[in-house]
Every structure is written in C-alpha cells, then in structure tokens.
Design a binder for this molecule. Structure first.
Ligand code: BGC
Length: 755
C-alpha cells in the first residue's frame, strides 16, 4: 500500500467516516455471507504484501516517542492515542486496527491528550467479586461503546490469569482464583465489549501469573494441572465470550516462550478448543519469526517493543524461502479477517461521537456497589444511621480520602472523568499533585479516581459532621478519632503492572495507624483500597472492614452508600485472603531481588523459573489440601441481613444437579450468593456453580445449579480428554467455601469428554 492510501484509510477511520465505499463487485461486503466466506473472498484478491501488512502491527501513538516503530510522524495526529496499530487494506475496504488497552475502562494513562478522559470502571477483581454476569457484561458494553466513540475497534481486554500469586502486581486486572468464576465473568465482559462491534482480546495466554521477571521466567507445570486450572479459565471464557483475538503472554511455559509455544497455541487453543480467531502477541513478547509463525502466532502486535521486527520483512523472506508456507500465512490472515467480519469491524466502523457520561458513570457505580465486600461487621455497627437524633461526628483518616479512590497502575491505567486528576509518589514520599491532564503519566504515579470519599460521605450521611486527617501523623489522627463517634480509616495498597509486592502488608505506617485509631475509638471501620488480598494484623481490634478494591470513578459514592445502608453489600471474595505469606505455595516470590521488588526485562532466561508445584490446586484448593485456615475464605462476604440455605436435593449420573432453597432471614432486602462445591473421589473440591439472588425481607427463592461435567473431571493428558471418575461425590452449599450449610453425597458415573 502506498503512503497516501494508508493515510486516507487512517484518517477516515480516525474521523469516524466509513472507509471509502467499496466499488460494486466486492462480494465480501455482502453481510448475508458468513465471516469465513467473506474472509475467503477478500483474501482471494490480496497480494502477498497485503497479507503481510495485516500480520504486522506497529506500536501505537501511546508509546511514542521513545520506542522504535515506523508509523510516519505525520500520520500520528490522526490516530487516537492507542497501544497498537495495524494498517488496513483500503483498496479492499478493510479498515486498520486501532487498539487500546481496556481492562478497566478505555486506557489513556500513557498517552493523555487534553480532554481525553474515560470512565474508570472498578478493577476486574471487584467485578469478579460481584459474582454477577450482568455487571460484567454492562462494564464490557460501557467500555466498548466509549472505545467506539473514541475511534478504537480492538480492545486489549479480557485479563484472566488466575491468582496463583496474591502479590502479583496485576491481580487487580484479573478475576480471581477460580476457573469457573473467572471464566464466566470474563466471558460476559468480552461479550459486552464485542456487542459494540469491537474485537476484544482475552489475555495473557497463559500462566503469566506474576510480574516478577515476567519476560524471562518460565511457568513450569504439568499439562493436566494447567488444563484443570489456568487453561480451564481461558477455555470457559472463550466459550462464553468468543473473543476475536487471544493475546499470548510474555513468559515462557515449560521453557518455551508463550508466543512461539506450539503446544499452547496450536495444540490446545487451535486444535483442542477449535479456536477460530487470531493470536496476537503481548507488547514485546515475540522472539522469533519462523517458530512464532509456525507455532501459532498470527500477528506481531507491536514491532517497536520486540527486540527487532519478526514479522514484516523477515516473515516475507521466510515465506519466500519456504520456512513458513504461504498456506500458513494465508491462515494467519484468514483468522484476522474472519474476526474483523465476525465482530462487525468492517460493517460498523467506529466514529467520534460524544460519550454519555452519566449513564457510563452509573455502570461503574453499580459495579462497585455489587463488588465491594463487607468482611467484618461487629455488633452491626454498619450501616451507620442517616440523620440520627444525635448529630454524628465522623473522622475520616488516611487513604487520601479527601481526593479520590486508588486505582492500579500500568497499561490499563484510565485517567478518569472528573476535575481532580491527582497523583502521589509511591511509598509515602513527597506528595505531588498533577495539575490538569498530563500527556504522560510517570510510571510511579498513582492516579486517584474522583470523587473524594470525603464529599460522598458528607452527602450520604445527611447531617453528620465529617472531618478529615491524612493519617501521616498518627497522634493527630488519634486525636481526631477520639473526638468522633465513628472513625473510618481508608487504607490502601497501590499495585501496578510490572512489579509484584514483596509482601501482603499495607505499606508505611498504615497498620500502626489502624491499631492506634482502633484503640482510641471502639467504632473503627477500615475501608481497604487494595489490588488483592492483604493481611490484617489489626483485624480483632476494629469493628468493621469493607474491601473496596480499586472501586473506580464512582467508587466513593458506592462506599458511602454501603456505609449508610442505601446499598446492602453483596460482594463475595473471588480470592482467598491468606493469614500470612507463609501459607502460600511460595512464601517468597521466585526471582525477587533482595530489595523485594524487581522486574527483569529482556535477557537470557535464568533462574527465574517458577515450578507450580501446587499444580491445579490454586487458592482455596491449596488451603484445603494443606488444611490451613486462611484469614478469609474464597466466596466470603457479609450482608446487612442473614441468609440460610437448605432443602438440598441432588441428582447424579453423568453430572451433578443441585437444587436448594435460599432464605432471607432478616427484615432488610439483600442479595445472597449461594455457592455449590463438589469434592470428587480424587482431586480437590471445586466450585461447580452459584446463584446470586435478590431476596426481600423474609423471602425464599429456589435455585438449581448443574455442573459442567469438566468441573467434575480430571484431565488425562495421555488420552487428551477429561475423565469423570465413577464414585461418590460430596456436594455442599453455603455462603462461602468454608460455609457448608447443607451437604449430600451423590453417585456419578464414569464418562469422558473431549476438550
Ligand atoms: C501488557 C498488556 C497490554 C500491552 C499494551 C503490555 O505490557 O502486558 O496487557 O495490553 O502492554 O499496552
């Protein structure tokens, strides 16, 4: 393609205009045909150079300048600030791919342009804590529509790496530790995105479960163990969401880089799961031309982050020499085109349209209201009274609650809607506030999402006297707490891509601060804004704890509405909270340097390899196997009412069906999440399903959960199939993994399932 036609195509896409109308005689524009047929028809017209164009992406404007990449400078202004860019084929009506990060909103942290804000959704782990597919779908649809209106047509979303490592800097971008919960929720969010005519990825494929040494470490795990855990999460999410693309990850899997891993990409994804979309690489995850192409990579995403161009010219030569066959190149391109047609990119180009802020902010607020988890509520301190006779005095302490709520850092960073883009330098150092909207958010910058909890709490409380102390000086905070009826301490743990935490402690003086405030004021409430689990040495001393994760652009409102009872909390933990790092399979993260934090980037693979000796037993399965008590179990969360589960009836045979009653015993409406777990004759217990129901005071509802037989099975690698053992399976229902409200045993017959 010549430079002029490339520029025209890019300009049209960026300006929201349909790419030049195809002349008559372009049968692939017939929307009545299947995506495969349309891809075949257009491919028949493509030259080899055009095919090579579609498999070779450039670093988007988000990362330039400063990186290698050859989008001509004069084209850049026409592109949205994006993570990646793949030119289209204008003469055939094939638009370019404009890719944005989008785990938690349309990301713009790397490439802020004046006015380019987006609604920040809560972190994905919060969405997982909602246990509600409608919440996940709505979040995806919101991001998808904002992305369209900004000119993007590919979203680098769908993070689903299981939480094998709670200190992982990206735990907040993922959906917890259980393959079913994560798979179903991430699948729903991908559907939401793609219903807006956008391709969503699912990422990072696979076993990219820690940030330490992420670009060199090898995740070493047996095939069956991976199939029953991390790969099962991807498998379920792909079935539920049908993402147009899969992003292969930085790490090596059993010593072979994920983006050139034949087992992972060809055998598991494309053969066993019959995946029809395309595989694109993470930014800088490609290490070869021939192996990558032949082992399943379909598109090199961002040449400027890889150590050299691997597709582009080198791939052209490899095809000319026969090291990569023209048939394989054809397959790579077919997959890309198929997804573009199937997801509506060709027929429904994105356009620059205004964003409906109010409705998008409400999506973020509803998610936060369903995913914040009440962990402790001694003497029913919560909800706090609204406008009590005696005017309450409330001390808000710490967590920059006068400014906003915390968000996680890295490529998913969203610069949120609101006036107060603020930042704080890591680890309690000097505080810097970024005025206005920066072009480039420095890596160590924390972005706080407005509004401020202080404002939201003032508003929600009715007439309370709410005062704020930043908590830096414990004596001053204690003094305020002493003079107040209630003390609310905002505690935070800032996490970001690229770095794992060295421990699960709140940093700085926060644990001491909470202890001191709790000693002074018996009505101490802790609000946690964390990426994932933290340990709580002060738990016995405080009255209430609310896990708010990173609650997004309306997080403060959601927190306030829960505190004062406008919302009855219904989030449930999608991860186990350990009592100490010593309970983890790896008390110290493999590869961390003595200072505790490290990121190895490019280099010779070394002793960073992690042996996942816990196998498929991630999270609660590990705790069961070790017979250790965590701080809070998987699935746990309190409500302002209480629930009971009984009347369990189960049927066995090929699979298990459990039906039961869920009662609201209290006089306040609330949402119960009844969880069904099964312990097979061999292997760990597993979640086979759940039912989240809204119950009025005193109401009872009936629910039925039927297991996907793969959840009862073990994977047989030799035969390459799932095997359900004949035997007695124990079924429990309750409000968390630890709550066995009702139990029964059922016989299941032997069967096998092909993946
Ligand atoms: C991250 C991906 C992201 C990409 C583009 C990488 O560093 O791992 O999740 O989509 O950058 O920003």
């Amino acid at each position: 393609m010549d430079g002029k036609s490339l520029a025209v195509a890019i300009f049209c896409a960026a300006a929201g205009m349909a790419v030049a109308q195809p002349p008559a005689g372009q049968p692939w524009m017939n929307t009545a045909l299947t995506a495969d047929a349309r891809a075949d028809l257009v491919q028949a017209q493509m030259t080899r150079d055009e095919e090579l164009t579609l498999v070779h992406g450039f670093l988007g404007t988000a990362f330039a300048p400063g990186f290698r990449g050859n989008i001509p400078n004069w084209i850049r202004p026409y592109l949205p600030g994006s993570a990646g860019f793949v030119p289209g084929i204008p003469r055939l009506g094939i638009p370019p791919l404009n890719e944005s990060d989008a785990s938690l909103g349309v990301a713009n942290g790397n490439h802020m342009r004046p006015g380019d804000t987006a609604v920040a959704l809560p972190s994905s782990i919060l969405t997982a804590a909602s246990w509600n597919t409608d919440v996940a779908y709505a979040g995806g649809a919101m991001i998808g529509s904002e992305a369209r209106n900004k000119g993007f047509n590919v979203l680098l979303a769908g993070g689903i790496n299981l939480m094998r490592e709670p200190r992982n800097g990206r735990t907040f971008e993922y959906s917890g530790e259980d393959p079913l919960l994560a798979g179903v929720l991430v699948g729903a969010s991908i559907r939401g995105i793609q219903d807006q005519h956008i391709i969503s990825t699912i990422k990072h494929f696979a076993l990219n479960d820690q940030e330490t040494a992420r670009t060199v470490m090898s995740s070493d795990i047996a095939d069956a163990d991976a199939r029953e855990s991390d790969l099962l999460a991807f498998e379920i999410a792909i079935e539920h969401g049908d993402p147009g693309a899969v992003m292969c990850s930085y790490n090596r899997l059993n010593r072979v880089y994920a983006c050139e891993n034949n087992y992972l990409l060809n055998e598991v994804l494309k053969q066993d799961w019959a995946y029809r979309g395309f595989v694109l690489s993470d930014w800088g995850a490609v290490h070869s031309t021939v192996d990558s192409a032949n082992h399943g990579l379909d598109q090199e995403s961002a040449n400027g982050f890889d150590s050299q161009d691997f597709f582009g010219e080198p791939l052209k030569q490899a095809v000319a020499l026969g090291a990569v066959t023209p048939t394989r190149l054809h397959d790579m391109v077919h997959r890309i085109l198929r997804s573009m047609f199937a997801k509506g990119l060709v027929d429904h180009p994105p356009g620059k349209r205004p964003i409906d802020l109010d409705s998008d902010l409400m999506v973020a607020q509803r998610a936060a209201e369903e995913g914040i988890v009440l962990l402790k509520n001694a003497n029913n301190l919560l909800p706090l009274p609204v406008k009590p006779k005696h005017r309450q005095t409330i001390a808000l302490i710490g967590g920059r609650a006068d400014t906003g709520v915390f968000s996680g850092g890295g490529s998913s960073q969203v610069i949120p809607i609101g006036d107060s883009q603020s930042s704080e330098i890591l680890m309690g150092g000097a505080v810097t506030v970024i005025q206005g909207q920066p072009w480039q958010i420095p890596k160590q910058t924390i972005v706080l999402d407005p509004p401020a909890p202080l404002d939201a709490i003032r508003e929600e409380s009715g007439n309370a006297r709410v005062r704020y102390d930043d908590g830096d000086d414990i004596a001053s905070a204690v003094d305020l707490a002493k003079k107040s009826d209630v003390a609310i301490v905002f505690a935070r743990q800032w996490m970001r891509e690229g770095i794992d935490a060295s421990d699960l402690l709140l940093f700085g003086n926060q644990n001491d601060l909470i202890e001191a405030v709790a000693e002074t004021n018996p009505n101490t409430i802790v609000i946690l804004e964390t990426g994932g689990p933290v340990v709580m040495p002060w738990l016995d001393k405080v009255s209430a704890v609310l896990e708010a994760w990173y609650p997004g652009n309306r997080g403060a409102n959601a927190i306030a509405r829960i505190l004062f009872g406008a919302v009855n909390p219904s989030g449930r933990l999608p991860v186990t909270f350990p009592a100490a790092e010593s309970q983890l399979p790896r008390p110290i993260i493999t590869g961390q340097n003595p200072i505790g934090r490290t990121i190895a980037t490019y280099g010779t693979p070394t002793a960073y390899d992690v042996i996942y000796s816990e196998g498929p037993n991630v999270g609660y399965k590990w705790f069961e196997q070790q017979r250790t008590e965590p701080l809070f179990p998987f699935g746990f969360g309190l409500s302002y009412t209480t629930f009971a589960y009984d009347g369990l009836k189960i049927t066995g045979g090929r699979t298990i069906s459990a039906s039961f009653d869920i009662h609201n015993l209290g006089d306040r409406a609330g949402k119960a999440t009844a969880q069904v777990y099964v312990k097979p004759p061999v292997g760990a217990s597993r979640l086979i399903g759940w039912s989240k129901v809204d119950l009025g005071p005193g109401e009872t509802k009936h629910a039925t959960v039927t297991a996907d037989p793969r959840l009862l099975a073990l994977f047989d690698s030799d035969a390459n199939l799932w095997r359900v053992e004949d035997g007695d399976y124990r079924v429990t229902i309750g409000g968390s993994f630890a709550d066995k409200a009702a139990a029964a045993v059922v016989h299941v017959t032997e069967s096998t399932i092909r993946p």
